[in-house]
Design a protein around this ligand. Structure first.
Ligand code: ATP
Ligand code: MG
Length: 559
């Protein structure tokens, strides 16, 4: 397995200070949480957050909660909740019995809102959304609200009636009374509750007022005893509000929010909204399409948890946004599979090869290594006969300069693990297309090496015994987006799609040992790349393989 790099980052340093002597959580158990919104599947960006949340807790011997952030009453779905759990377990993280829903705290949120009103720190405002925008002010002009000094009793009464369902959507809001002139607009008396007559997937119709994320989230963290609330950078400007909430309501505990930069990867989009659009408009076959940057897509593509975790660790934790090359993710996968994947032979664009001096009807077994990196994985036998399949491009009727493979009277080539052969000619059809390559073999070269030690000038090529193999479909993928930055703000990402991101090859030939393969499993198809059986579509009567990654590494460190 590829080495997992032990990383120390600025979050770890903050935490060390906090739990160290004199720190605000001196001696405490580090307690983090991962709070996904269950409105889509997790993508590789979430992995980074998962590794930061769960990984940081692990590093400090602490714990991490899993909390579905279903504060917002739209679009939550049980399908997503279950998928999120499965993906997190797959990556190797566990939340124990600490699984929560943000909506479970609605009653508490309400109580704390009432507490703020009673303290004169929140008021019911009657500005319409349009008016609120207009009254927001700008850097030189403070915001205003004519309702700011509404008597406490009146706000209490209106807030109770908001909850009771007396008013239509947007008629009133509850606003925190903080600072209308603040340079940070999040502090200009932010709305903390709004009226939404909407069904909630878990609360049903119990509520028609819903807390805003900025109010609900710190309360959830505090009630769960979170010490460090780690979130992405877009919440940096919200931190003063986060702190204001935990300071001004009587929660049992004060968590600390620390922000980190989101992960961006080129040639893809990392936003559930955009990924959903790809699924709903059928640009891909589903959330688990092997081209998707979702965890289920990557898994189906043949990515391993080790490769993904190693990638995230090596990308590191930074304070400034960074876009990583997709090639680096592939590089990490290749590194892992190179260690663990069994080598097999498969021919993707087959052409017949007939060994004319090999006896008809004869068959023998040759021995090939399973994985040169792991001698302990042993060897296996593959059958060899007069009729083989080889890659069409391992033969040329007219050689080009430096071509070292098969052409009539060309160099001696090695059939991997079997014999040395020399091409003698080919058979063409009526249109002049080559339909069969002819060669003779050296019976003294069993195993692939000449008995007399002569130098073999041609290439080593892979092959499959035509009398003992399986047919397969192979799906080869390339970037889902041509444009390196389809995720850029304002860009029409759908117009950046690569129309050729999926290439389906049928009639491929794979060695018999793959007859009954099932996902998860990874193989190196020699000379071609890493492939895995498709978890949905592959069956013994119709094998389907996904190319996880090619062998050629385009990634240049320090480019
Ligand atoms: P999206 O835009 O994909 O919907 P989100 O932030 O709304 O992302 P959430 O489900 O709320 O998705 O995310 C859960 C956690 O994952 C949050 O803490 C969020 O900061 C983090 N996260 C989401 N995307 C990334 C990313 N690209 N890199 C790092 N962390 C991320
Ligand atoms: Mg979100």
């Amino acid at each position: 397995m590829a080495e997992i790099v032990e990383s120390k980052n600025f979050i770890h340093s903050f935490i060390e200070e906090d739990i160290g002597p004199g720190g605000q959580y001196e001696g405490a158990t580090v307690h983090t949480r991962f709070p996904p919104e269950p409105n889509g599947y997790l993508h590789i960006g979430h992995c980074k957050a998962l590794i930061i949340d769960f990984g940081t807790a692990e590093k400090f011997g602490g714990i991490c909660n899993l909390r579905m952030d279903d504060t917002n009453p739209t679009k939550e779905d049980v399908e997503f909740v279950e998928a999120i759990k499965e993906d997190i377990h797959w990556l190797g993280f566990d939340w124990g019995d600490r699984f929560y829903y943000g909506s479970d705290y609605f009653e508490k949120d309400y109580e704390y809102a009432v507490e703020l009103i009673k303290k004169g720190l929140a008021y019911v405002c009657e500005l319409t959304p349009e008016e609120a925008k207009e009254y927001r002010g700008d850097l030189n002009t403070p915001a205003k609200s004519p309702w700011r000094d509404r008597p406490i009793e009146e706000s209490l009464d209106l807030f109770a009636r908001m909850r009771a369902g007396e008013f239509e959507d947007n008629k009133y809001t509850l606003r925190a009374k903080i600072d209308l002139a603040s340079g940070n607009f999040n502090m200009r008396d932010p709305v903390i509750y709004r009226i939404r007559h909407m069904h909630h997937h878990r609360q049903g119709d119990k509520w028609c007022i819903y807390p805003m994320y900025d109010f609900a989230h710190p309360i959830q963290d505090a009630l769960e005893g979170i010490t460090h609330s780690l979130c992405s950078l877009e919440f940096e400007n919200h931190r003063p509000l986060y702190n204001w909430v935990v300071e001004n309501v009587s929660v049992p505990h004060r968590p600390r929010q620390i922000e980190f930069a989101r992960l961006g990867i080129d040639h893809t989009v990392l936003s559930k909204r955009k990924l959903r659009a790809l699924v709903e408009n059928e640009y891909v076959s589903g959330w688990d399409d092997p081209r998707m940057p979702t965890l289920c897509g990557l898994r189906r593509r043949g990515y391993t948890p080790a490769a993904i975790r190693n990638f995230c660790d090596r990308v590191g934790v930074a304070k400034s946004p960074n876009t990583i090359e997709y090639g680096f993710l592939e590089h990490c996968l290749r590194e892992d599979l190179n260690e663990v994947a069994q080598r097999v032979m498969a021919v993707l664009q087959p052409i017949k090869l007939t060994i004319t001096n090999y006896p008809e009807g004869q068959t023998e077994k040759v021995v090939v290594e399973n994985n040169p990196n792991r001698p302990e994985d042993g060897t296996r036998e593959v059958t060899f006969s007069r009729n083989l399949w080889i890659e069409a491009d391992d033969f040329l009727a007219e050689p080009i300069p430096k071509y070292k493979r098969l052409f009539p009277n060309g160099p001696e080539c090695r059939l991997k693990g079997a014999y040395l052969i020399q091409c003698t000619g080919c058979v063409t059809d009526e249109n002049g297309n080559v339909v069969e390559v002819l060669a003779t073999y050296d019976p003294e070269s069993r195993g692939g090496d000449p008995a007399d030690g002569r130098k073999v000038k041609g290439a080593t090529i892979h092959w499959v015994d035509a009398n003992n193999c399986c047919d397969a479909e192979v799906r080869q993928y390339s970037n889902l987006f041509d444009d390196p930055d389809p995720d850029a703000a304002g860009k029409d990402f759908l117009s950046c799609l690569n129309p050729n991101s999926l290439e389906v090859l049928t009639g491929c030939k794979v060695e018999k040992s793959l007859e009954n393969v099932k996902a998860p499993a990874s193989y190196q198809f020699m000379r071609l790349g890493y492939f895995c059986p498709d978890s949905k579509d592959s069956a013994p009567e119709h094998l389907v393989f996904n190319r996880s990654v090619s062998l050629k590494d385009s990634f240049k460190p320090n480019k």
